[in-house]
Structures are given as structure tokens and as C-alpha cells.
Design a protein around this ligand. Sequence first.
Ligand SMILES: C[S@@+](CC[C@H](N)C(=O)[O-])C[C@H]1O[C@@H](n2cnc3c(N)ncnc32)[C@H](O)[C@@H]1O
Length: 283
Amino acid sequence: MSSQELSRENEPSTEHDGEGENRQFRARIVSFAARSTRLKGRQEKAWAELAPLYILSPERQMSKTSIAAHERLDIAKVFGREGARTVVEIGSGQGECVEHAAVSHPDTNFLPIEVYMPGLASTLHRIKRTGVANIRMIQGDAAEALNHYLPEQSIDELWVFFPDPWHKSRHNKRRLIQPEFPPKAARVLKPGGTWRLATDWVEYAKQMVEVIDASPYFDRVETSERFEGRPLTSFERKGLAKGRVITDLTYTRNDVPLSQEDIASFELIHQEVGSTPDVLDAE
Ligand SMILES: C[S@@+](CC[C@H](N)C(=O)[O-])C[C@H]1O[C@@H](n2cnc3c(N)ncnc32)[C@H](O)[C@@H]1O
């Protein structure tokens, strides 16, 4: 696997892409907020050394976090092996969970998806520290990765742990788990595959249950137990310190095929060019 295959634009940057009148913006609302791309000390070092090897940076369409419509990921090629189980973690943050998982399960491929560059850089530092060989990271919007970048029925497990709660009611529309999301998750999961979620925001947990229970593609596994593969992250620790209650949810992808309507909806994401910048786009 060459570093060129793995990375096309891994240079740290605080600049916007294509400033000026030709710049395109998403019309769609995204689930992440603008945050700094500045890397500190060991993050910067890990990025310079390892990003070309471990960060998958597909061609962009509109912004630095978008994934061009024609991009398709060859999972066996990027991991250099066939037939391994593959787990995708959306919003991997500082990489605490994926590091723990990759060390415990060297035979499994782990594909974290994250838009936050310092988080990706911290995960690179963890890769360096532990020497794990079974992580490749997607730098980009998970909604777009699931929509068209990841192959259909290629994933054994999908993890969404502590997605941004967007707790103010005027921001609820930014939550990742909205009715349009389960069809995307259903597209990439193998029949019988598992979707795990966790949140420390009770209202969001209710929304997750409402939205995913209403999807024809998923069956809820009746258990309230904490997934043993989910270590305590600093994000969860802060929530617990504030007295928040953690909800773990598990769903199984059943064998209901995707409807024609949902398949058609995957095309729509590419027509969502807006004319005004999304002020909360994370760049
Ligand atoms: C609240 S943090 C939780 C991080 C981690 N899962 C944990 O438990 O510590 C949510 C993370 O999701 C990322 N995120 C939000 N929306 C995303 C999206 N559409 N695609 C990729 N990452 C996203 C954010 O950048 C942030 O790092």
C-alpha cells in the first residue's frame, strides 16, 4: 500500500478550500461544529509522520470534510488483507475507544470516521504508541462516508458513541441520528451486523430509539447493559461527573432490502450545493 494511495491532502491547514466566488457550500445541515485545526506538540509530530499512512482523505466535493460523489473505499486494499471483520466508529474523538478495540482485536479492521483534525492527530499518536496495524481513519463527514464512500454491506459493526447532543432545541436538527440516517447505516452494514450507540443525553437517547425503531431495517436488542468494548472516555467521564445517565443501545441490521426511495435518496446528497456558507461547518 503506497502512502499516495492512502492520502491525497493530509497537510495541516487552517485555511478554507477555494475561497472566493467559486467556493461551494453544503445546503445540508451537518452534525459537527467549527473547531480549530491547530495541532499541538505530539499531535503535530504524529500527523507529519503518520497521516500519509493511516488517514484516508478522499477527494472533496465542496468543503474539506465532504467526500466526492465518485469516491469508493476498497477496504481490503487499505488494510492489506481480505476477509477481516470491519468495525466503523463515527466520531472517534481522541481515539480512546478505537485504540482499546484495536489492541484487543488485532484480527479486526477498525475504521474511525472523524472531522476533527486534532482528534485524528491524537489517534495517530495512540497508533504510534501502541504499534497497532489495524486502524485506518477516514477524515470526513460520516453521513457522506455511509452514503457512498463505504461499500454496501461491508461493515460488521457500526459504533456511534456520544455523538454531539446539540441539546438546545434550536440545534436539535443538527443531531446525527435523524430519520435520514438509518437508511445510510443500513446500506453499509451486513445483514446480521450490529449498530451500537451510547449517549449521556436522555432526550437524545429517546430520539435515537424513536428514529431507529421506526426504521424497517433495524431490530432493537433488548438490553440496557454497557457494551464491554466501550472504555470510559474523557467525554463520558465529564458527563458522569455532571450526574448524567448513560444509555447504551444495540440494534441488529435485519435482511429487509433497501427501498427504491432510500436508494434514490443517496443521490440527493450530491445535489445539495448551497450558496451560503454553513457557519457551523467544521473547517
Ligand atoms: C462528543 S464527541 C465524542 C467523541 C468520542 N466518541 C467519545 O466518546 O469520547 C463527538 C465527536 O463526533 C465528531 N463528529 C460529529 N459529527 C460528525 C460527522 N458527521 N462525521 C464525523 N465525525 C463527526 C466530532 O468532531 C466529535 O469529535
